[in-house]
Structure formats: C-alpha cells, structure tokens
Design a protein around this ligand. Structure first.
Ligand code: SF4
Ligand code: SF4
Ligand code: SF4
Length: 393
C-alpha cells in the first residue's frame, strides 16, 4: 500500500537535497534517522521502517514545510504507522490516559458534559451559527493539576475574545475529542468513530462556522476531516488567526503593556501544518515588546510530544533547550497557542524548577494573554451588550 502513496505524497519528486534531514529535530539527535534516507529507501527498495524509526518521528511537518518538491513526509510516516498499528503500537505517556479518554469519547451512548467550564460572564447563544470547538483542553486541568495552570482559562478567554469581536458562539454541551492523536497514531478506526460523532453534533447545531483555538483541533477539522468525508457543510477557522486579523483590521483593540516582553513558540500544527505564522505575531506586537527566537515559523522546533508519544530524556532536553532559547531573546514571557505545547513546556520547567532557578520563566497561552489585554472599551462594549440582553430577558 505504501507504493500506492508514492505519487500521492510526491515521493518521486524528491531531488535528494537533504533540507528535510537538516531541519528535522530527530535527525539532530539521532544520526541514524533521516527523512531523506527514508524517502530514498521507500523509492528504491520499498523498504519497511523499523518500529523505532516509525515512532521517533514527531510528525511535526518541518521537513514537509521546507521541502521545495512538496514531499509530504509527515503524511508518509502516518501511513506507515497505519499499516503497522495492528502489529506494533507506541509507548504512550501518562499511562495511555488520553487514548482512554478518546475511546470513552467514541461511545455514542456516553455523553460527557464538556461545557461545565462556562461561567455566567461569558456570552454564548444556542442559536448561533458560529460554534466554538473546545476539544480536550478541559481534561488537561485534571491531568496536569500539579503544574498549577488553569487550562480552563483558555476556552473562557476564547469566548471573551469572540464576544469582543461581536460574536456570541454556541458551545456544545457534550463534545467528543477531535481524533487528532488517533489520526497521527495511525488508528483510523477510532479516528473515524470520533469524527463521525463530531460531524453529527456539529450538523445538528446548525453551525456554519466552527472556530477552534487548539491548533490540533483546527488542523484536524480543517484538513483531515475533508480527506475522509469530502467538503464539509461548515467553514473551519482558527481563533489565533482570526484574532491576528481582527487586531490588524481594528476590530479587536488590545492594550499594549510596555513592560511586557514576549517571544513566541510556534506550535507545529499551527505553523507547519496550517501555515499560520504572522497572525500570532501581530497580536504579540500589539500588546508587548516582541522578540523572535532563532528557530521560528517553519523552522521552529516541536515541543517534543505529539500525540502523547515520545516523552523521554531527549524530548525533555528539546523542551529545556527551547526555554533557554526563549530566555536568550531577552523576553520575559514565552507565549504559545497550543494547550498541549503549554503543558509539555511547563512540565519540563516544573521538573527543572526543583533545582534550577534559571528555568523560572513565564509560559502562557496567547488567548489568555490577549484577553487580559482587552481594552476597557471592549469590556465596556461587552457590559453594555450584557445589560441590553438583561433588559430583553
Ligand atoms: S527536502 Fe524534499 S526534496 Fe529534499 S531530500 Fe527531503 S524530501 Fe527530498
Ligand atoms: S515530521 Fe518532523 S520529526 Fe518527522 S521526519 Fe519530518 S521533521 Fe523529522
Ligand atoms: S512532557 Fe510532560 S506533559 Fe508532556 S507527555 Fe511528557 S510528562 Fe506529559
């Protein structure tokens, strides 16, 4: 079957330039791993990969983003996993908790209440044509309690920001995991069960637009669902990108704090899978003094743990190296736009903090940070709309 994919993923177009291997974070740490060599072997010998090669790739997409011949290497890795998943499975972190959540989430007779994070100050509307897709972020609050991060601030900030942009979104009472991890693990069966349930729920809500703040949810709904189900009946948008455009277009006004200095860690699913690079920077320039890290945009480095695989001493090393890179810019705050990048980078910091003060450094989510910088004018508008709503009620 992998031979069938040679044309689809452009393997034959490889010109053997080696850019992919130069950029691949795994190649940097393991001399025997090289996307270029894998491409060459698939082309010449139809060779199967070792289990280690198959699971060491973090599917970050750096190789594909930089390849002039448009070889979709990360998709090739996913296909190889799919072909092998019945015989070999990865070692997953956190005792397979996230896989278990996805499995429970795929049962149509279970209706997990995933909207209990909503607070009375957030304006949502059950009749809205715009749906906010929240994904598994609420579960992170339970699993990463020790990190002292309130992950629920992220969906709350998302609603506040949408309200400030004049949007009262709908939120599903009971939402399923988007299936991102199962897709990239090669578990198409579970992925399809989750996707079908989500599409049914989104269809029943009447949504014409679905907004995701999580880059994994966004890239899965936007690019993966149509591969299996054809064109969707709704448009998929990413909140970070919307905010960047709204700030540039004067629709969203954020107050600058001249004492705040930031740098940005590009999540793989945002920068490399979705090509959303400028928008978060527009937001950060408007609220802070922004410093760029040497590895940014298409050449940024992965947080190390995609789909809850590969949490080991090497990925911890990448994470600490990334925090050091952020600090070296002179910025006081490392900002990211993915709840899981926030968890993984903060986790490395948490472990290191026990004995090394140089890692005590703010790591925050861009939506939470932006919501804290909403101008009083925006808050005033929100309160005015609230009082109007109360009168109507
Ligand atoms: S970057 Fe693309 S063209 Fe160059 S070696 Fe890698 S796969 Fe081949
Ligand atoms: S997807 Fe990322 S980790 Fe995998 S081969 Fe490409 S650059 Fe390396
Ligand atoms: S880096 Fe931390 S948060 Fe990420 S998988 Fe490993 S233990 Fe979990």
């Amino acid at each position: 079957m992998i031979r069938d994919k040679i044309e689809e993923y452009g393997i034959r177009q490889c010109i053997d330039c080696g850019k992919c291997s130069w950029a691949c974070p795994v190649s940097h740490r393991q001399n025997d791993f090289s996307p270029r060599t894998v491409v060459e072997h698939l082309l010449l010998y139809d060779e199967h990969l070792s289990s280690r090669e198959m699971w060491d790739c973090v599917t970050c997409g750096t190789c594909s983003a930089l390849c002039n011949s448009r070889v979709k290497f990360h998709e090739i890795m996913r296909t190889i996993r799919k072909l092998s998943v019945e015989r070999a499975s990865p070692m997953m972190t956190h005792g397979d908790t996230f896989d278990l959540i996805a499995r429970l989430s795929s049962k149509p007779y279970l209706h997990p209440k995933t909207s209990s994070w909503l607070t009375s100050d957030l304006r949502i509307s059950k009749n809205s044509k715009v749906l906010l897709f929240v994904g598994c972020t609420p579960y992170l609050n339970i699993i990463f309690k020790h990190l002292n991060i309130d992950f629920l601030q992220i969906p709350r900030a998302a609603v506040k920001l949408l309200n400030a942009m004049g949007i009262e979104p709908n939120v599903l009472e009971s939402e399923r995991c988007c299936g991102h991890d199962q897709y990239w693990l090669g578990d198409d069966e579970l992925f399809l069960q989750l996707a079908e349930l989500n599409l049914k729920a989104i269809g029943s809500s009447g949504a014409e637009e679905v907004i995701a703040f999580c880059p994994e949810c966004y890239s899965t709904l936007k690019f993966v669902y149509p591969q299996f189900f054809g064109p969707l009946d709704f448009e998929v948008k990413n909140l970070t990108a919307m905010m960047g455009d709204a700030v540039a277009g004067g629709i969203l006004t954020l107050k600058k704090d001249n004492t705040l200095s930031t740098t940005f860690h590009d999540p793989c699913r945002l920068a490399k899978h979705s090509n959303i690079i400028d928008e978060p920077r527009k937001i950060l320039h408007s609220i802070s003094n922004f410093f760029e890290m040497p590895r940014s945009g298409h050449t940024s480095v992965c947080c190390g743990v995609a789909s809850w695989v590969n949490c080991d001493s090497w990925t911890k090393y990448w994470q600490l190296e990334r925090i050091e890179e952020a600090r070296a810019t002179g910025a006081g705050t490392l900002v990211t736009a993915c709840p899981k990048c926030l968890a993984h980078l903060s986790c490395a910091q948490y472990e290191k903090n026990n004995y090394d003060e140089s890692y005590r450094f703010d790591i925050v989510d861009i939506h939470v940070l932006a919501a804290s910088r909403m101008s009083s004018n925006e808050r005033g508008k929100a309160e005015l709309q609230d009082s109007k709503r109360e009168k109507l009620n």
